[in-house]
Design a protein. Sequence first.
Length: 287
Amino acid sequence: MAQARQTFERRQLGLMLRRLREQAGKSQLEAAHVVKKARTRIGELEDGKFTVTIDHLSNLLDLYGVTGEERHTALKLGALARARPKYRTYTDLLPGSFQRLADLEMSATEIETYEFGLVPGLLQSLGYVRATIDCGDGIWWPASNREREQRIKFRLDRQDRVLDAAEPKALSFIVTENALRAGFHPDVMHDQRRHILTLLEKRQNLDVHVLPDTAVDNPARGGGIALLGFGDKGKPVGFLPSVFGPSTYYHQESDTAALSRAFRSVMDLALDRDSSARLIRRIEKES
């Protein structure tokens, strides 16, 4: 292992290795013994502050019992982590990209999300999750009951890991009014609105701001924004949610600053926490 500047690829590899180690029930000390390094080096590797040779990476994957496609992905990510970054963005073309997004969310101390016309995934009720994934089955992936149920389970697990984290995260969501009024069966929308109200009542670390349909001059009308903050563990990362295609992350300071400005601009157009809750209750009465 060699000390290196923290890059997005190294952070991705480190988070993946931490998850694999924890899934295997192994300690950092056991991992350090395999690669003949101090335990602190494993911690720094998992924080994206060290690179790892292909031999050491293979030894760690052996210890964690990683095989098949996931092993191939880890080795490819290891090669990217050792290379000098060439581009201002990182496009995740490797299998399992959604799992690595979940790894980033779990590592973040702050998450800010805005989506136009859709309730953000971390806020979705069970019925809404199922409805959104049912719509994509046979369109964005080959029709499959197994695939559909795996995607539903993954999204619910992702919610649990973020919303019930041992150290509560600062969570801020902007939801458009049209996303609260329509999109799926009325029963699904009723449960979704009640779900958001329950989250607001029970979780002081979570804010929801509704963007009214009457809002004008929205600089992000055509898409969504996700910003992940990591405190002193690393620089912020931006992510643009998309319905299809590979995940693209923005980690250059100029790019994350622009995304942050856009998010703040939309937030200025949205209602505050209490006014948002009142609007959601009003929509409930009208529906």
